[in-house]
Write a protein that binds this ligand. Structure first.
Ligand SMILES: C[S@@+](CC[C@H](N)C(=O)[O-])C[C@H]1O[C@@H](n2cnc3c(N)ncnc32)[C@H](O)[C@@H]1O
Length: 233
């Protein structure tokens, strides 16, 4: 477990991921993940948005289509190569970069002296071994009043053991038939929310989404905001 191992896993799965997700992504992504993310993110022409752990850039392309200027990164070189190829018509509005979300200094370079007014991460927070550097960097790189929207596993209902409060890692499959299983990192709500609060962000939007007829949400979508008057401004 850990970032080095995760990177090998995602490089191994990148070609499969690209073929499986294709140009338009899968139904889960399109129908369960995207609608609440778009409601909270409210992409506007002229937005300057950081797409965290973008995979092959399906949501980066969606945001570019809506008129945003996007910086999108992933730590998998293969994912980024696929993203550049698959989203080539949007390369005037999307800059793809290879960057590790656990590397604070690397993350800070992505801003390139221009803060973002929005940041987004779709289905990746639970895949990242250490999210403390990411939340710290995002809080720094956002404009005052900027927002960070993330969709991730709902930890109350998607957890490997009954020890909900204890962070742990476990293995699983994001896409059925992927070459190798990946690592997931379980964190309680208080751990995730406190990372927002300790970095000066407030939570002002929240959805829980289910993917079957039952009433058990599989994912949660959180909007964290950097207040206009903030000690980090
Ligand atoms: C489930 S995929 C989601 C991809 C994309 N956001 C989407 O919704 O299609 C998770 C992504 O997180 C990336 N990832 C995992 N750990 C990472 C890290 N430490 N730094 C950057 N990317 C990471 C993986 O390479 C993979 O592309």
């Amino acid at each position: 477990m850990g970032t080095a191992e995760d990177k090998v896993i995602w490089e191994t799965n990148a070609d499969f991921w690209d073929t499986y997700m294709g140009d338009d992504s899968n139904v889960f992504h399109r129908e369960i993940v995207r609608p609440p993310v778009e409601k909270l993110l409210q992409v506007q022409p002229g937005d300057h948005i950081l797409d965290i752990a973008c995979g092959t850039g399906n949501f980066s392309a969606r945001m570019a289509e809506l008129g945003a200027e996007v910086v999108a990164f992933d730590f998998s070189e293969k994912m980024i190569a696929h993203a550049r190829e698959r989203r080539r018509v949007f390369l005037d509005r999307i800059t793809f970069a290879v960057c590790d979300a656990t590397d604070y200094d690397g993350l800070m370079k992505l801003a390139n002296n221009k803060r973002f007014n929005k940041a987004v991460s779709l289905m990746a927070i639970m895949d990242i071994a250490n999210i403390e550097p990411l939340f710290r960097a995002v809080a720094q790189m956002l404009d005052p009043n900027g927002i960070f929207v993330f969709a991730t596993h709902h930890p109350c209902f998607q957890r490997p053991t009954d020890k909900y409060l204890t962070s742990c890692s476990h293995q699983g499959e994001a896409l059925k038939g992927q070459p190798v299983v990946q690592n997931y990192y379980h964190r309680s709500l208080q751990e995730i929310f406190n990372l927002c609060f300790t970095n000066g962000l407030v939570i002002d939007g929240f959805y829980e989404e289910k993917d079957t007829e039952d009433e058990i949400p599989v994912i949660m979508i959180v909007r964290a905001r950097k207040p206009a008057l903030n000690r980090l401004n």
